[in-house]
Ligand binder design. Sequence first.
Ligand SMILES: *Cc1c(COP(=O)(O)O)cnc(C)c1O
Length: 390
Amino acid sequence: MKEAKRLQKLPPYLFARIEKKIQEKKAQGVDIISLGIGDPDRPTPEHVIDKLVEQAHNPENHGYPSSVGMLEYREAVADWYKKRFDVELDPKEEIVSLIGSKEGIGHISFCYVDPGDINLVPDPGYPVYGIGTLLAGGEPYYLPLKEENGFLPDLAAVPGDVADKAKILFINYPNNPTGALADLDFYNKVVAFAKKHDLIICHDAAYSEIAFDGYEPPSFLQAEGAKDVGIEFNSLSKPYNMTGWRIGWAAGNKEVVEALGRIKSNLDSGAFQAIQHAAIAGLSGSQDPVKEMQKVYQERRDAAIDGLNKMGWTMDKPQATFYVWAPVPKKYNSSEFAELVLEKAGVIITPGIGYGENGEGYFRIALTVEKNRIEEALQRMQEAIGKVEF
Ligand SMILES: *Cc1c(COP(=O)(O)O)cnc(C)c1O
């Protein structure tokens, strides 16, 4: 069966080789510690689960939902934005529900990209920005995220004709995989860039609530004029440990929200209403579980950074996301180093190259296992590899 070009064009799965190694190790009975997966290990808060159970019994929720989301859900998102960021949103026109933010990130290019069009895509980055672009027939133009720029894209370095031709600029802060932060000043520059080149900003704010040491990441929508040029994606996945529930939203520019809703009404029929009710419980209930979760990740982060620094790294503690993005020691590329750590220490880390060419030279640790397992992983790495040099 001959696959469509759009499917053939997708990049090969870079972690396939590592996955094969993991299976081999597991078959040998090796105790593998996986720091590879960005999926919260802790349970969804109890009151959210209770709400799902209650609402799953209500026959009113058993039919097709509205593809753009229940108004009550969109109101809960608007209230949350008001409380958290002091941003006003019209729940009727400026918010659309999503089956997880990945769904919206994947579909947005279908709204704006014709074959041959360009999207500006961060590298390293969450793969869906580029994949969605390719599936729509577009071409990703990669913006390198460099350490010396604080892993922010250098917008001034984008050639003028490319920026003029581009349809969408994807950004993501706090950033996966680098853990980098963006402030309002950066978002203001992004708005100016979008206005100058007439492009749409899609900000992925998946880690807005995963922050430490009292730091509170801003929303892109707080920037002056942000709603004129773009939308922000977010979801309940990371703050409420709900990755499996598939519930999120896009908020901001009316036209973009409407276009995304139109695509969705033609492709899917929205999120199960009982899940939307549960999401309302998460967004409008006590935020104590979020604070507790932040404390847990902060302790794990400290364990990871202290462990790495003992081996010769000189890392600062990232203030957001549940990732540590660390340079690969001298003499290895990221894939070689990940294989070495798996082979010698039974620890899975992800090679930076898996997030784009500019991820080469780095690896990512996910803080999604218990602190004692992180400590053990670093202990094993120290015993197996010893001091590292750069
Ligand atoms: C986890 C994650 C998402 C969220 O995905 P959902 O589909 O909402 O579960 C989006 N963007 C990034 C960068 C992520 O890491």
